[in-house]
Ligand binder design. Structure first.
Ligand code: NAP
Length: 481
């Protein structure tokens, strides 16, 4: 791998590509989606084989990937995402005239993307990070995840075919294979302008620190997972105990628990803990073990369960098949809230189908829990509407601890749309102001750029007086078309 030539080509491609219209960028993205779809029969079985995920899941993930690509294509074709803002000159203003100032969002430059093992398509080669960077106008240098290398090569080839079909420079997308050293060299290259990552806390933090030690520090958008607590309130639980147990176990075991939004903590009132436990155990009966994504993840799950087993504060409720912990067996344990509050290790993510049921005595305990809770991608409240009326303080605290707060359903199953927020306070991510899912993900790879008194004919279309793109803009602070 010659990192220098990769970045030189990316930089050259960037200086050309960033000036293309939203329509041209959108056409390129649509071409990627079209080629991916046309190679579904070749790609799906490969991804199934490499990830151990069932075919139905991978079929759905390919649809999610192309849907996501089209969302960004539409976004850039429409064009208003650049947040154009125009303050025309006021030459006669007294005591001083005002200059003509026009601002919009401009792409950052080459972005290094690390693929995720748990989404071989939707968060990997042509996944949300790559596509939102390309949509913003940035070239991508993609570090393939070794757990699904062949799938990654084929998807990379789809992107390369789309580049050729759209007569775009090959430097816009580079597929890099290798290990930790190769990934770190990409982050350290002076022409890299941002990093996107989905994976472990250790990996995300290593890259974050590396990026901050550069002569020119660059942003790292690392999504490092969380335990996604669910808070059960007494009335809701007594009314819907079985349905909630079913929903919880389904969410916990979905994809063998290998989702960053997997619910690893559930807070249950003491008055109903025994009954809820019985419902959870009944639900677990039908859940079979399944292989995890790769042996490293299975081993990490096994090791984390061993650590938990050594904690005397835990009472084990059930391990679905103890002989097959290395095969993604589901594990449930109980802890009292007072013990949970004493030790931050009970907030650590165990990546896989493991959850702690935390038994609380009084709803007031949840305020202390909320104060001590680390940053999360999601927090869920299962409560009757009237139970929440007196909990505005708790809700206020919880809003500060997560990126998405749910009042119904389960945290797994992240909708890809305009309003989605998939991110959260540290340690769930390194960039609390950002999302890695949904339309706003594009904003990670752009920066504000203002032009002062630029000759009108040289201004980008988005900032010209007659609004040739027909986009929403602010003129003198008023939103207009
Ligand atoms: P990972 O170990 O974090 O690796 C993800 C990617 O980052 C890989 O390409 C890896 O490269 C690279 N990487 C990791 N540490 C690095 C470092 N210090 N310097 C440079 N590159 C580095 O994630 P994983 O292999 O998918 O799974 C391991 C654990 O990550 C899981 O057990 C789970 O805890 C967590 N995980 C979290 C999520 C989430 O949604 N947040 C998703 C998947 C996994 P190499 O593979 O070449 O080493």
């Amino acid at each position: 791998m010659n990192t220098n030539s990769i970045f030189q080509a990316a930089q050259e491609a960037f200086l050309f590509y960033k000036n293309l219209s939203g329509k041209e960028k959108g056409d390129f993205l649509e071409k990627i989606a079209e080629i991916l779809e046309s190679r579904r029969e070749e790609i799906v079985p490969l991804a199934v084989r490499e990830s151990n995920l069932p075919e139905g899941r991978i079929q759905g993930e390919l649809g999610r990937t192309t849907g996501q690509i089209r969302l960004f294509a539409n976004l850039v074709k429409e064009g208003s995402w650049v947040e154009a803002s125009i303050d025309p000159s006021l030459p006669d203003r007294s005591p001083l005239p005002r200059a003509d100032i026009r601002r919009f969002l401009s792409p950052l430059g080459p972005v290094v993307v690390f693929g995720a093992s748990n989404f071989p398509l939707a968060f990997s080669t042509a996944g949300g990070d790559t596509i939102s960077a390309l949509a913003a106008g940035c070239p991508v240098i993609y570090k393939a995840h070794p757990a699904h290398l062949e799938t990654s090569r084929r998807v990379a080839n789809c992107i390369q075919q789309a580049l050729i079909a759209c007569s775009l420079p090959s430097g816009l997308f580079t597929h890099v294979e290798g290990g930790i050293a190769e990934g770190q060299a990409l982050v350290q290259h002076p022409l890299a302008k941002a990093v996107a990552f989905t994976g472990s806390q250790a990996g995300g933090m290593a890259l974050f620190q590396l990026a901050n030690q550069r002569k020119e520090p660059i942003p790292v958008f690392a999504e490092m997972g969380s335990v996604n607590p669910i808070f059960c309130f007494p009335n809701k639980l007594s009314k819907e105990r079985e349905a909630l147990a079913k929903a919880f176990i389904a969410s916990l075991t979905l994809g063998v628990g290998q989702f960053c939004t997997n619910p690893g903590l559930i807070f249950v009132p003491a008055s109903q803990a025994k009954a809820f436990e019985a419902s959870l155990v009944a639900e677990l009966q039908g859940i079979a073990t399944a292989p995890m994504l790769h042996p490293g993840i299975a081993q990490a799950y096994y090791d984390a369960i061993q650590v938990m087993e050594a904690q005397e504060e835990l009472r084990w409720i059930k391990v679905s098949d103890p002989k097959h912990l290395l095969n993604g067996s589901t594990a449930l344990a109980e802890i009292q809230v007072a013990d949970w509050l004493k030790d931050k290790q009970f907030q650590k993510e165990v990546f896989g189908a493991f959850a702690l049921m935390v038994v609380y005595q009084d709803v007031a305990d949840l305020v202390e829990v909320a104060k001590q809770l680390q940053g999360q991608l999601t927090i869920t409240l299962w409560a009757e509407p009237e139970e929440l009326q007196s909990q505005l303080y708790l809700i206020n605290l919880l809003e500060e601890k997560c990126g998405r707060i749910l009042f119904k359903g389960v945290p797994t199953g992240v909708e890809v749309g305009h309003a989605m927020q998939h991110g959260g306070p540290f340690p769930s991510t390194t960039a609390v102001q950002s999302t890695s899912v949904g339309a706003y993900a594009i904003k990670r790879f752009a920066r504000p750029l203002a032009f002062q008194d630029m000759p009108h004919s040289l201004l980008p279309d988005a900032l010209q007086d007659h609004n040739p793109l027909g986009i929403w803009r602010q003129v003198n602070g008023i939103v207009t078309k």
